[in-house]
Design a protein around this ligand. Sequence first.
Ligand code: DX5
Ligand code: ZN
Length: 225
Amino acid sequence: MQKTTEPILISPSIIAGDLASFGTVAEGLDPAVVDLLHMDVMDGHFVPNLTFGPGYIAHLKRHCRIPLDVHLMIERPELSLEEYLSLEPWCVTIHYESTRFPVRLLSLIRNRGVKAGLAINPATPVESIADLLPCCDLVLIMSVDPGFYGQPFMETALPRIEKCAALIRGQNAAGTLIQVDGGIHRENISRVVRAGASVIVAGNAVFKGGDIHAAVRDLKKGALG
Ligand code: DX5
Ligand code: ZN
């Protein structure tokens, strides 16, 4: 295990909050505390759940000073990628399992000045994305099968994060961030950070208590442990 030197960014997943009133909530969020907002876009095909699309995110953006971290859990992201890029988010992450054209799509994202993210499900070998790392600004290691918030963290994510960190080091791609998503809480955040992740998605852990800022601060404290 090696300690990451990157600052730890917390990215609350808004599907664990009240989407109907999230605009008002977003207006009160302090960018000095909440680093990113994680948008889980689900299409009912790639994952067995349906959330929101670019229209909802565009409305939310008007209420929000926090950079957007867009996680596309959709089949054939090439068909709607442009709509997400036009929102000028911090990052757009596509799934390795969702497209036959990851190189083209990651390049398109990067060329628009947006961080290019590539996610892998727990069943996808980490080595599968080795040749794609030069096209990635961020790799998202899923620590649950995607589709729902509130699922338990899969311990198998830890060696997978370590393996990914080793691949990144091996390619001298030091700027490539590792994100982890699914089941992260105060109790396990320090272990994912020590394994090499620096961008931490949290749904339940941030929204279940009702005080978003306190929960994010608590996770940051836990990350140092
Ligand atoms: C799962 C989503 C996650 C999830 C995180 O498909 O990609 O972002 O909402 O929520 P928790 O932290 O509750 O697992
Ligand atoms: Zn997500």
